[in-house]
Design a binder for this molecule. Structure first.
Ligand SMILES: *Cc1c(COP(=O)(O)O)cnc(C)c1O
Length: 471
């Protein structure tokens, strides 16, 4: 593709992109696709000869687009959103055009310094202690793994990195029973053994009970285990429950454990001063992660990990072989030493575009609107005679189910699952589910960039219609 053709096609695509963003509600939220139908439409072999842009784009529209789930659809209410925004998309275009690999200061000084600055901005906007420093990772999974590896290395005096696991220290990690599966995965990868993830019971609001945590740690100490780390959740994935950060921090300080706070989704709410009390005591913790790619209008992927003492992280990850050494290594951040990857994308650029386009005020306004809309939905649901809400609505996620006094949990679970599937099959809205105390509940997450009350009203009508028809 020559530069002139590039110019022409880029203009064409920008028009397509703008049309898509304007018309995204016209697509079914989820595709109606059987497994392998897309795979089978694609040729067995890679093309030997180059093809025209027209041919490629035609197939994009014919084969690929109908098989997409439209995550930016305002009626996508499932999982947690991965919401994006126009400035973020534009910044991604610039990022791929520059095509920079931002592993160290020298490989792009502006990328490194912008990253440091936007992380500082976010730290201060969220009320995180001003001595902490941030670094951008791809996902919360990777950031949490990095924190756990750091906790492990700090505790072993960097000896596991050096010698592998020798001796008989068995490390233990604690989290609530509603912990995200990425923690299980991190513990497996860190070689700690998933049996050593201790799931602490939760209270009736699904938040970790700190007394149970302390009991578990003391029990483990008696039994010769080595308590290493607590991963608390500021917004669990099931129901956005908030673990008591301050009390947990006191316990981790007392017993010398690392405290990592997983705020992957709900952490965005801390940009609102009225939510910052949830983080009280965090200055006694060690690390904190949140995903601008979930609820902060920054397209996937973009995670920020904050650390009280980044030096432990750097000690864990830095290698600096001869070919990567530079004269400035002591004066600058080389973010390749702040995580797992060597090569790094220029993700700070999209955060910068988003933060400057909306301003913190603009972001707060959008968040408050989502939270207000969630209150509205909560009211509708709680007024419905046979639908109940099963967890506190701490942010913008509502966990609800159909209920009836004389039906068993199994029967109700089957009805609710059918209800959700029928709604999703309509393509007009999309919900996902979780189980709370064995009860199947539908989750309604209201965090899309362009969601408005009218989308919620239509979804509520749809939900009620489908419920009627299956009963
Ligand atoms: C979404 C989520 C994660 C995982 O986030 P990724 O960025 O997809 O790895 C971890 N923890 C919680 C609480 C989450 O909600």
């Amino acid at each position: 593709m020559d530069k002139q053709e590039f110019r022409k096609r880029a203009h064409q695509l920008v028009d397509w992109m703008a049309d898509y963003l304007e018309q995204k509600e016209k697509y079914p939220v989820t595709p109606n696709t059987e497994p392998k139908t897309i795979y089978n439409q694609l040729p067995k072999n890679a093309p030997e000869k180059g093809e025209s842009f027209d041919q490629i784009f035609e197939d994009f529209e014919k084969i690929i687009l109908p098989g997409m789930t439209h995550w930016q659809h305002p009626a996508f209410f499932g999982y947690f959103p991965a919401n994006n925004s126009e400035p973020s998309i534009l910044a991604e275009m610039l990022m791929s055009t520059l095509g920079a690999q931002c592993m160290s200061w020298l490989t792009s000084p502006a990328a490194t310094e912008l990253e440091e600055r936007v992380c500082d901005w976010l730290r201060d906007a969220k009320g995180i202690d001003s001595s902490w420093k941030g670094v951008i990772h791809d996902t919360a999974s990777t950031a949490t793994l990095s924190a756990i590896l750091t906790a492990r290395e700090k505790a072993s005096h960097y000896q596991i990195n050096e010698k592998g696991f020798v001796g008989d220290k068995v490390f233990r990690v604690y989290s609530s029973s509603h912990v995200h599966s990425s923690i299980d995965k991190a513990i497996k990868i860190a070689g700690l053994g998933v049996q050593n993830l201790v799931r602490i019971p939760v209270n009736q609001e699904f938040a970790m009970i700190p007394e149970e945590l302390e009991k578990a740690i003391e029990e483990d100490l008696k039994n010769g285990f080595y308590p290493l780390c607590v991963v608390s959740a500021l917004g669990t994935t099931s129901s956005t429950a908030v673990d008591p950060i301050n009390k947990i921090s006191e316990i981790t300080q007392k017993h010398g454990l690392w405290h990592h706070i997983d705020a992957a989704f709900a952490g965005t709410a801390l940009i609102l001063p009225e939510y910052q009390y949830l983080m009280q005591g965090h200055e006694k913790a060690d690390s904190y992660v949140f995903n601008p790619h979930k609820w902060m209008f920054t397209n996937f992927d973009c995670t920020v990990l904050f650390l009280k003492e980044p030096q432990y992280l750097i000690n864990t990850f830095s290698l600096t072989p001869e070919y990567l050494k530079t004269q400035l290594d002591n004066e600058v951040n080389n973010y390749r030493d702040w995580g797992i990857q060597l090569g790094r994308r220029f993700r700070a650029l999209k955060l910068w575009f988003v933060l400057r386009t909306y301003g913190l005020e603009g972001i707060r306004e959008k968040l408050r609107n989502h939270l207000k809309l969630a209150k509205t939905v909560e009211e509708w649901i709680s007024k419905h005679g046979s639908v109940e809400i099963l967890a506190p609505v701490n942010f913008n996620t509502i966990c609800f189910r159909y209920t009836q006094a004389d039906l068993s949990v199994e029967k109700l679970n089957a009805i609710n699952e059918k209800w959700m599937n029928e709604v999703n099959a309509s393509g007009m809205a999309f919900f996902s589910h979780t189980k709370l105390e064995s009860k199947f509940v539908i989750r309604w997450v209201i965090g899309q960039t362009d969601v408005e009350q009218k989308h919620l009203e239509s979804a509520w009508v749809l939900l009620k219609e489908k419920l009627q028809s299956i009963l």
